[in-house]
Design a protein around this ligand. Structure first.
Ligand SMILES: [Zn+2]
Ligand SMILES: [Zn+2]
Length: 338
């Protein structure tokens, strides 16, 4: 089969003669139809680690969907021909964290597309417990968004948005635009998005933002006050840079919650002003991967209530995957499609 193998820092190569993976009794062989390129893939490519440690050579790609090709003898819930969205994260179900209901803190967490061969390939072997059946008419590229949407859902759950709250999203990239829509579904009455790329403003507005501001140009406090948005209850940081984390803390209103969601570089440090936080009773939270949220993510995607097609900006065949690993800002989500 054709695959893209990651051999180490900045080294991904296409191989046309890779063996199709074997599956065990609990395994499911998926014929990959779409696999998203994630910020985590870019981090790993540049030499950093993802949520779990990556030891190349390995096939990356953890946001995948496809058609069940073959199942192991113990598999009962899925059968060949069904369309599935894959949860890449595999917890042991036996360690202390797993047994108290926090599978994402598993001591032995492994992930398809990070530790095990993933979805930048024609076929990918996973376990039955990793697959979620999706409707046959759901586009594969939307089904492949199951993992990023499930991560966003965990973040949204931790924000405790109440009906009627005003919510700010920092960053109008693909994660920011999923968060924007989930915040509105969770009851946000008004939403504001901070984004520096003005070419994205009309898309951001079309997905429901009431106000879009450029933090490099606009006086944010003044603009919020002018628009009656000076009581931001929740800010959700979706970029992972020092400045954007600082914006999220600065613009959160009284008794506000700050969700630091974007993945920063490991050595990123931000300025924290305890006095300002004290006067606002700020709650600062973070969110790590997708504990038990992929089923709901797949349900929301299948319901058609989430606009993902406008967020996916590029569709590339596997042979051209190298193009997606060039550094620089992207216009949206890149999908590798087969
Ligand atoms: Zn991802
Ligand atoms: Zn565990």
């Amino acid at each position: 089969m054709k695959v893209a193998v990651f051999y180490g820092k900045e080294d991904i190569r296409i191989d046309h003669h890779y063996p199709v993976p074997e599956i065990g009794p609990d395994g499911v062989l998926v014929r990959v139809k779409a696999c998203g390129v994630c910020g985590t893939d870019l981090h790993i490519y540049s030499g950093a680690q993802g949520a779990t440690d990556c030891n190349p050579p390995v096939i990356l790609g953890h946001e995948l969907a496809g058609i069940v090709e073959k199942v192991g003898e113990n598999v009962t819930r899925v059968r060949p021909g069904q369309h599935v969205s894959v949860n890449p994260n595999i917890s042991c179900e036996a360690c202390t964290a797993c047994r108290r209901g926090d599978p994402h803190f598993c001591d032995h967490m492994m992930a398809t597309g990070v530790n095990y061969d993933g979805g930048f390939a024609e076929y990918c072997a996973v376990l039955e417990k990793q697959v979620f059946v999706v409707p046959d008419d759901l586009p594969f590229e939307e089904a492949a968004m199951g993992e990023p949407v499930s991560c966003c859902l965990h973040g949204i759950d931790l924000c405790n948005i109440k009906c009627g709250d005003s919510v700010m999203i920092v960053g109008g990239g693909s994660i920011g635009l999923i968060m924007l829509q989930l915040a509105r579904m969770s009851g946000a009455a008004r939403t504001v998005v901070l984004e520096t790329n003005e070419a994205r403003f009309s898309l951001i507005r079309s997905l429901g933002a009431d106000l879009v501001l450029n933090p490099l140009k606009d006086d944010i406090h003044a603009a919020l006050a002018e628009n009656g948005l000076d009581d931001i209850r929740v800010t959700i940081e979706c970029v992972g840079r020092k400045e954007t984390v600082e914006y999220a803390m600065e613009y959160a209103g009284k008794a506000g919650t700050v969700m630091i969601f974007g993945l920063t570089d490991p050595d990123c440090a931000v300025a924290y002003y305890p006095f300002g936080a004290f006067k606002k009773e700020l709650t600062v939270k973070t969110s790590f991967v997708n504990p038990n949220t992929q089923g709901r993510a797949v349900d929301i995607i299948s319901s058609g209530r989430l606009n993902l097609k406008d967020i996916i900006s590029e569709r590339l065949p596997l042979d051209r995957i190298g193009e997606t690993f060039v550094p620089g800002p992207r216009a949206g989500k890149v999908m590798i499609v087969c």
